[in-house]
Design a protein around this ligand. Structure first.
Ligand code: HEM
Length: 373
């Protein structure tokens, strides 16, 4: 009898500890290396194989996929919300005017389909995107980044969230630094991650204000911080008032190679975006640009990029059943909580679910314990 009571008491104490720990804020799960090692051991290999095949056909797609991941992370965390489509009741992040030029969604869908063929319903869309972005860098001759996985998919994607978390076109260097600081990213991270602009393209409509005036609604002159000869070259590619989606390389000499050339361009006043040029206006970011512009190898940039990318890749990640594994990356699962609930609400929902489950499991034990007494 006494042994039974002690055993029941121990189980009750354990259960209570589990219940409490599941609702403490610090009890959030963590990403880990090889989260799919047991459930889908071939997951990372599949992503690399598919990404290699996609880039062999269209090398230009590395940039869009890398950007897609950063845009996902900065709005609501790296939880795949950028991939969700708008619904009749909700305009999603991807339809925000600020995300008009974001592309590469079809790449994620294609890779997720291959993953689901091998391991149905195991790998999240958020991780599919994260791994595809990681591989975009490696396949563009950049560093291999040992990415942590285990992200789950969120269910909130609201266009109105984008502006508060995305630097406005023509943002100042202090805005950019402040924007990054919101995510515990430093001025150095800003200078390092901007180095992603060593691959990919921008639309003429994005750079038009620098070429023909109207930057920040100001003068009708071109931007004096952009090299004059380069302005002439770019004017040949983008006509005045060009609002089309015509694209221009961010790094024209090596547009599909991940290297330090971006910093040489920025240091020489040939950074394509005004936010690239802005890196010269803060002592810390300027120093980083100048170090990398004069670097004799890519090694330091690669190591820095891997560290900053890993920091970015952890923003707002949902793990341990706080999100879901979407069946289709553009739609929440039918069983998902209402799509316009926010991450915090989703977390509460899942945590309450966990708490209720634990209570249900603990109830018979508690009753047994009381009867024993
Ligand atoms: C300071 C923060 C950033 C700003 C203001 C910024 C802004 C932009 C803009 C305006 C474009 C061109 C979009 C267009 O014309 O459609 C672009 C493209 C791009 N961005 Fe960034 N970006 C930032 C950070 C990042 C980060 C953190 C990454 C990845 C780690 C990234 C990767 C890219 C890539 C690869 C492209 C080319 C996309 C393509 O080819 O479609 N950017 N960015």
């Amino acid at each position: 009898m006494a042994t039974a009571v002690r055993a029941s008491a121990a189980v009750v104490v354990l259960t209570v500890v589990m219940m409490v720990s599941s609702v403490l804020p610090g009890a959030e799960g963590h990403l880990q290396l090889g989260a799919y090692n047991k459930t889908c051991p071939q997951a990372e290999e599949i992503v690399l194989k598919e990404m290699s095949a996609i880039l062999a056909k269209s090398p230009d797609l590395a940039g869009p996929v890398l950007r897609l991941f950063s845009v996902d992370c900065f709005v609501g965390g790296c939880e795949g919300s950028i991939l969700l489509n708008s619904t009749p009741n909700n305009t999603a992040e991807k339809d925000s005017p600020l995300n008009k030029g974001v592309r590469g969604y079809e790449v994620v869908d294609a890779i997720k389909a291959k993953l689901d063929e091998a391991c149905p319903g195991v790998v999240s869309c958020a991780d599919t995107l994260a791994l595809a972005a990681r591989d975009s860098i490696r396949l563009s001759k950049g560093p291999f980044i040992p990415l942590l996985t285990g992200r789950e998919d969120g269910n909130r994607s609201v266009a109105a969230d984008v502006a508060a978390n995305t630097p406005a076109p023509g943002a100042s260097i202090s805005d950019l630094i402040a924007q990054f600081a919101k995510f515990n990213l430093t001025a150095k991270d800003l200078a390092v991650l901007s180095g992603a602009h060593t691959i990919g393209k921008a639309r003429c409509s994005t750079i038009s204000p620098r070429l023909y005036g109207g930057q920040n609604g100001s003068s009708s002159e071109s931007d004096p911080t952009l090299d004059g000869n380069y302005t002439t070259v770019l004017r040949g590619q983008c006509k005045p008032g060009d609002e089309s989606n015509k694209l221009v390389d961010l790094d024209p000499e090596t547009p599909t190679t991940f290297d330090t050339d971006y910093y040489k361009l920025v240091a020489g006043n040939r950074g394509l975006l005004s936010t690239d040029a802005a890196l010269l206006l803060d002592p810390a970011t300027k120093a980083y640009v100048s170090t990398q512009a004069n670097a004799t190898s890519d090694d330091e940039f690669f190591a820095d990029f891997a560290a900053s990318f890993l920091a970015m890749s952890k923003i707002g990640a949902l793990t341990h059943h706080k999100g879901e594994i979407r069946n289709v990356c553009s739609k929440v699962n039918p069983s998902s909580p209402p799509h316009n609930s926010n991450n915090a609400a989703a977390r509460t929902y899942y945590l309450n679910g966990g708490l209720l489950l634990n209570l249900a499991l603990a109830a018979p034990l508690l009753l047994g314990f009381l009867f024993e007494l």
